[in-house]
Structures are given as C-alpha cells and as structure tokens.
Design a protein. Structure first.
Length: 78
C-alpha cells in the first residue's frame, strides 16, 4: 500500500482541488478559498494551502482514498 505522501493519483487530486480553491480576486491578486488570505501569485496560494490547511485536504481525500484502495485491494486479492 502506498503512503498518502507518495501516491501520484492522490497528489494530483489534491492539486486539482487546491487549484479550484484558488480564487482570482482582482487583476493579479489571488485568494485562498480556505481562509480568504490574498496573494500575488497562484503558486503562493497553492503553497499556502498545502502548508496551512492540510487538515482540509486530509479530511476530504485521505480517508475516502484509502477506503477505495483497500476495497480495490480486497477484491483484487484471489
């Protein structure tokens, strides 16, 4: 079983979610969807979200992801 930090599917799903939560407020001003903090670039918002809001990502993705992987492993096991 792959750890949540190493699984490429889970990383991509989290990255897509963070991109959706990145809001453009004004011309070249971006806002975090988790706390409404504003940044100059999208990259800063993504870094901020992964560093300051990991509980949102863990709650939303890690539990359901591991339930799915466990289920897939169970049914794939002869």
């Amino acid at each position: 079983m792959v750890s949540p930090l190493e699984d490429p599917r889970l990383k991509q799903v989290k990255q897509d979610y963070v991109e959706k939560k990145t809001l453009m407020v004004a011309n070249s001003v971006y806002q975090c969807g988790g706390c409404d903090k504003k940044f100059k670039t999208q990259e800063f918002v993504h870094k901020h979200f992964f560093n300051k809001h990991p509980e949102i990502l863990d709650q939303k993705f890690n539990g359901p992801f591991f339930a799915m992987v466990t289920r897939e492993s169970y049914f794939a096991d002869p």
